[in-house]
Write a new protein. Structure first.
Ligand SMILES: Cc1ncc(COP(=O)(O)O)c(C=O)c1O
Ligand SMILES: Cc1ncc(COP(=O)(O)O)c(C=O)c1O
Lengths: 394, 255, 394, 255
């Protein structure tokens, strides 16, 4: 096996991707992590489970999502652009892929309840959705600040029958919602699965979530071939925790495509972070000189996280993937650009990837390059915020 | 055997139940006075909580203590410096999350602990599986690594953890983060299982907030750890003498 | 050809479906209607055009949308329920099918601009989207009352590069937006296509829009077969103008399936209306004793229309389809029901169809019936409104 | 040939350009006085607008007139009743949208028009293709059906429309709904094309709001229709004598 063959393979038996990953959790949660790992290994090698996962993705979540050529934006930028349309998946982003996998696994483990953390609410809505579908009880932890910023997503979760718990500790945002979900999990691990929303947390989450998201890249690779494109020169995705990026990268890890992750400048764990341990994993984190975790700051709640999934830290360290950062200012014009030229309003998270492509066309992306943009989510959730910003009200 | 364990085995051999109060270092300006008061009150060892921004295993009281401490500018270094002036014979243990030590540098951290009189460390988010580097660093400096077990820990795993822990085993009485609880939890069952696999001293913690609870826990274990209940009175403004009588009340109950 | 074979066939050469339909427009617009008819006939029989239409639906709009079994709701109601998931189509409803067809036709006719009417904004957003994709200019007429009720949809259209014109005449809602779009069209018909949003208006619109929407029913019929269901006992859709209903009915017109349209009680043109002429068509309309058109009143802006497409009037007259009405009160609980049991928050429009199914399970729908619900759109656009109502704020 | 056409051909044969003012019936309480004043001012025929809730071919002024009229409770029936008391020799034409007649019943409507002295009807949303039933009903009652043509009407179609229209042909000067305009529009071209296919009188309307515009339109046609400009002064409070001088000013310009 050459080194390339092993890129984005399984982590080692303790969940390490090179120097990163692992399982840094209270002993109380270790058995649950071990049980989950075993359940996942077992399910993922069970053809029936895999078939059910694919059936639900197809019948319920709307997969495969298409790859859309972007002719007008391509012309504008001098590139050959394609978008993998996770915005068309049920609930409006790639998050549903992961929660469908995890809720099916929850059922298989015989647990009647899931908990989840959420920032802007996308993962919370997705989890509440998948839980409703299977009749699982669902509690979502959300920073109090975010429950106020995203009232409507709170209400969507409630409509779906979930209970939303505002988290008042720490910075009252995503990072603290994870802490609180972990604290809750300790108390109910016997009958509750913690449905983590990105490729982060203790082993097996970063690996499992990547596996559940790899459908994105697997589909996209096949679709690009059908379109006659073959391997694109670059695959570009925004990175919060890194699940949509990991999912799309997975389809191209063994190819020659450049893999490019775009972080929010205010949450750029690769560019501005250093190795550390948080939320059960060793990865790159924003932290101060004493190892206290710093708050991330981004216009997009979904990228407002001070860490990154451990596999990304490893892909960065081994230089298989490149990571760049985009500031808030460039995000809005990228959102408008894609909307006006192609009729697709992207999520603010996704707009980071668009902004990077627009900025680097003719730069880091030579003119004429073929580029696959992972269009991780739709912008409907962000429209009120964007409007307020553009009108100078926020 | 690390010095910590030697000391704590002596306590047990003396037929004494160990009382281990927990403090958030730096939560108040006079926190070292509180520690001294606890010693006077009858503590057998002290847990020194080093505040971390994301205390995943802690409930609201200790979170609040950590927040106040961080706002006061507390760091691992500042704590160690303050401890150097503390005069006490009983063992001190540092309790914090792994990132604090990792960031400081593992060997450097273990050395710094030892130099400030700390002989053990409890790192609740450091699993056995990930602990090799830290234990190696601690070995260089005679710092004991104390592990936790929980009611969820299966028997096979209890043995592994008990084999690795140094000083004592921290048995969580319940599936919960730190904070008060009204029932006895699963302490008796957890401790009984441990007795079958190890003779290391077993202390019970998590949710012990009254002398009566402490007495009950002490009846089937080698010691008790009292955290949130104590931190709460300190955050509410307790003086060193309040702390002393608080600890004394627990002492009386378990003796 | 038996009578059934001709159900939902083409209208007569003047655009009549039985007694309904036709072309009641100012002479100024007659040439445009004739030109459009010719262009549509030509395009629709041109394999290249049809192929392009299908390619865009697939690559851009996310078709085919899945048919989702609804096991938990089925069990609750004692039916065998399936949903055709138009909520997963790009922009969140079936409206995109029609506008993709019409904008491609606009390009083919060499016109650089489209105009459209919109009520809640769904058709406006869809039109702005398809226009952006093709680089067509786009102006959307929207009742002033609706621009205020649906500010965010106005902003979405603007993000997509469209101009939104608030209509201040009449009741300042959908009906008046159509009037105003017609008035505008008179002035610019040479270079502008009027992209009508439902199976209404003058010939060829009702026919053309139905053809562009029939993809819904065609796909659904094939998908139900794949699921082993074959012909369902009933196909149920909500009816505003009637485009999603016509689209899904088209796939089952020649089958034994009952076709059931559900109107809003406050806009029930079949139940409470009478024959009349409005907006270029003869159909069933809500009108007073003097032939003045009455305003419709519905909780859902998309059903807030006093008429119905002429083909539906004909299907009602010939009893090939049945039409029922559901009041506002039953709509909210239906929305909640589907959300909680299946993890799909439907549009308020769609919730009318859900409410009817829930109400008639064991009644007009015998227990055990297999039922296809056309899930015409997602409820995200309505969440703020529903929340305000449930909290007693609206 | 319907009486209307006979009369209007006489007007033309007399070398006179026809002047046809338009009123929204019922827009003001004294609207029939306005009509009488227009006759005094020199009108050759009068268009009586019957208000409809959804006047798709009308601009803001006539929309406003229709709204006011409907709010006053105006109906086709009430208009016909009021017209019965109107004394005039010149032809009256009803102008409204098809649904009004359809709902009233086509034959009944045509009869009601005739009984109240109306000899023609303009139904802007009734296309030639859909007009059979209405024309049949009108035939029963000697009511003329006046059709419109527009700048967009192709030559082939002009012939068809001209063949079916009765009384006169209403030539829209521009692609627009009713309302003022500043330019001359496409009237000359439209009328010229019509001359090649028909000898029916051709009147020009849509956007004629000043005597000068009317004079220009009359120079190449058989008559002019003045709508919004007149409705506007009425909505603004014009008295019957204001209306009379308004109409007279147009009369003077086109003679
Ligand atoms: C649309 C969208 N894209 C990206 C992200 C970032 O998450 P991840 O990096 O795990 O894909 C989010 C998170 O909420 C999201 O909603
Ligand atoms: C989701 C949805 N369903 C239904 C309708 C009603 O339109 P139609 O009857 O043409 O399908 C609308 C109109 O806006 C809509 O948005």
């Amino acid at each position: 096996m050459t080194e390339r063959d092993n890129v984005m393979g399984a982590p080692d038996e303790r969940g390490h991707f090179g120097d990163f990953g692992g399982r840094f959790v209270p002993e109380a949660l270790m058995p649950a992590c071990l049980e989950l790992e075993e359940a996942f290994r077992d399910a993922w090698s069970d053809a029936d489970f895999v078939a059910e996962y694919h059936t639900v993705l197809r019948q319920f979540a709307g997969r495969p999502t298409p790859v859309t050529p972007l002719p007008r934006l391509s012309k504008r930028l001098g590139l050959e652009l394609f978008a993998k349309r996770e915005d068309l998946a049920h609930t409006g982003s790639h998050k549903i892929n992961n929660v469908i996998g995890q809720t099916l696994l929850t059922k298989r483990m015989g647990k009647p309840r899931v908990i989840a953390e959420t920032g802007a609410g996308q993962h919370g809505v997705a989890t509440a959705t998948a839980a409703a579908r299977l009749g699982l009880a669902c509690t979502v932890f959300m920073g109090e600040v975010d429950t106020k910023r995203q009232e409507l997503n709170v209400f969507r979760m409630e409509l779906l029958g979930a209970t939303v718990v505002p988290v008042t500790s720490g910075s009252k945002t995503l990072k603290d919602a994870v802490n609180e979900a972990m604290r809750e999990w300790v108390t109910c691990v016997a009958d509750t699965h913690y449905c983590l929303g990105s490729v982060m947390g203790p082993h097996p989450f970063p690996w499992m979530v990547r596996e559940f998201q790899s459908i994105i890249g697997i589909e996209a690779a096949a679709q690009l071939s059908e379109l006659g494109v073959g391997t694109p020169d670059a695959v570009v995705a925004c990175v919060g925790g890194g699940s949509n990026a990991a999912g799309v990268f997975a389809g191209f890890a063994q190819s020659d495509a450049r893999l490019i992750g775009v972080e929010a400048a205010g949450g750029a764990a690769v560019r501005s972070g250093s190795p550390g341990v948080l939320h059960g994993m060793r990865s790159l984190l924003l932290q101060d000189e004493f190892g206290q975790i710093e708050e991330a700051h981004s216009i997009s709640a979904g990228l407002d996280y001070p860490g990154i999934g451990p596999e990304h830290a490893h892909l960065a360290a081994t230089q298989r993937a490149e990571y760049y950062a985009i500031g808030d200012d460039d995000v809005l014009s990228a959102l408008t650009l894609l909307s006006e030229t192609e009729g697709i309003i992207p999520a603010l998270e996704t707009a980071h990837a668009v902004a990077w492509i627009a900025q680097e066309a003719g730069g880091l992306l030579p003119l004429g390059s073929s580029v696959l943009l992972n269009l991780s989510g739709r912008g409907d959730k962000d429209v009120a915020q964007v409007r307020a910003i553009l009108r100078g009200e926020a | 055997m690390k010095s910590l364990e030697v000391t704590l085995r002596h306590v047990r051999d003396d037929g004494r139940k160990a009382l281990v109060p927990y403090f958030v270092a730096g939560a108040t300006p006079d926190w070292t006075r509180h520690v001294e008061a606890a010693v006077l009150g009858g503590a057998d060892a002290i847990e020194i909580g080093v505040p971390f921004s994301d205390p995943m295993m802690d409930g609201v009281v200790i979170q609040e203590g950590a927040l106040r401490s961080l706002e006061r500018g507390t760091t691992l270094e500042s704590i160690c410096q303050e401890l150097e002036s503390l005069e006490t014979e009983i063992p001190l243990l540092a309790m914090t999350y792994y990132n604090i030590f990792l960031h400081y540098g593992l060997s450097r951290a273990a050395g710094r602990l030892r130099d400030s009189g700390i002989s053990g460390a409890i790192v609740p988010d450091l699993s056995l599986e990930e602990s090799d580097e830290w234990r190696a660093a601690c070995d260089e400096s005679d710092v004991a690594t104390v592990f936790l077990v929980a009611p969820s820990t299966p028997t096979s795993r209890l043995r592994d953890v008990a084999q690795r822990t140094q000083g004592f085993l921290y048995a969580s009485a319940r599936m919960a983060v730190t904070g008060g609880a009204s029932d006895a939890g699963e302490g008796p069952r957890v401790v009984a299982s441990l007795r079958e696999v190890t003779d290391v001293p077993v202390y019970v913690g998590i949710g012990i907030s009254t002398p009566a609870q402490a007495a009950s826990a002490a009846s089937f274990s080698d010691g008790v750890i009292v955290g949130s209940a104590l931190v709460k009175i300190i955050l509410d403004g307790a003086t060193p003498s309040d702390v002393e009588s608080f600890v004394r009340s627990f002492r009386g109950a378990i003796d």
